[in-house]
Design a protein around this ligand. Sequence first.
Ligand code: 5GP
Ligand code: MG
Length: 175
Amino acid sequence: MIQILDKSFDVYIPEATLEARIKALAEDINQAYAGRTPLFVSVLNGSFMFTATLFKYLTIPCEITFIRVASYHGTASTGSVKEVLGLQENPADRDIILLEDIIDTGRTLEALLPLFGTARSVAVATLLFKPEALQANLDIAYVGFEIPNRFVVGYGLDYLGQGRNLPCVYQLWEG
Ligand code: 5GP
Ligand code: MG
């Protein structure tokens, strides 16, 4: 059990399990994108650790860029998606793979997808997915772990700005 500010969390996905699953996702992507040079678009801040781990296991030619969206405060989604910052590369005719830390309501992703309308293809890879929270009609090609609708931190994900450094995924303690 760990404490971040006013809340307690316990380990939900250990580090070795995360590493092994992300490696398997990378191997799937290596196969699916053989002969292409995808442009990965990593959605900061939360996806930085997932992105770094995935990248170690990619063996295909590939490029990466980083964008930013902010829409979440505390432990409940505000439901409002703010500005998208940082997309400098032209997605036209590219094979885009969006990298997300977590898909909750799906609203963030839904707001991002129109930016890639001119791409040759768009796929989504997310470390975590909460199917019970989903409020959008989305096709998610690569999912690390499906998790219940409970707040998680660690491995890049934060609680009020803290906890991103934790090497495991932790779940809010409600005991
Ligand atoms: P959406 O609801 O739009 O799918 O998710 C928006 C964003 O909310 C995610 O990219 C992530 O930054 C944040 N988020 C959703 N669920 C959680 C959670 O359980 N823990 C943390 N730390 N962030 C979350
Ligand atoms: Mg995110």
